[in-house]
Design a protein around this ligand. Structure first.
Ligand code: SF4
Length: 106
């Protein structure tokens, strides 16, 4: 392989890597759902179903509080799941809840 050929080859490898990275970033736009065993989920007391939250551990939790009516939920009202900045690259359940819940304005 001549010097120039090697350089072209390396540029192709880099370009292919960048394309793959972009495709991966796009795939993560929806993201996998947050598991309750995820360390961040454990730290925040996240549950995929707000009804299963331990009221003794989280006395401020109310049955009507869910990710879908939380200020931080980035999905639409009708979505089953959506992004939350506290779980970057993942999706929280619309019916879920965590201790950072804050009432959606309006
Ligand atoms: Fe759900 Fe809000 Fe907690 Fe995010 S911050 S996981 S949207 S309750």
């Amino acid at each position: 392989m001549t010097h120039n050929n090697r350089r072209t080859f390396m540029l192709k490898v880099i370009a292919a890597g960048a394309a793959l990275g972009a495709a991966r970033a796009h795939a993560q736009a929806a993201g996998p759902k947050v598991e309750e065993t995820d360390p961040q989920a454990v730290a925040l007391g996240y549950k995929q179903d707000s009804a299963t939250v331990d009221g003794k551990k989280y006395p401020k939790h109310e049955a009507a509080q869910r990710c879908s009516n939380c200020q931080l939920f980035q999905g639409k009202a009708a979505d089953a799941a959506g992004a939350c900045p506290l779980f970057a690259g993942k999706q929280v359940a619309a019916a879920g809840w965590c201790s950072a819940w804050a009432k959606k304005a309006g």
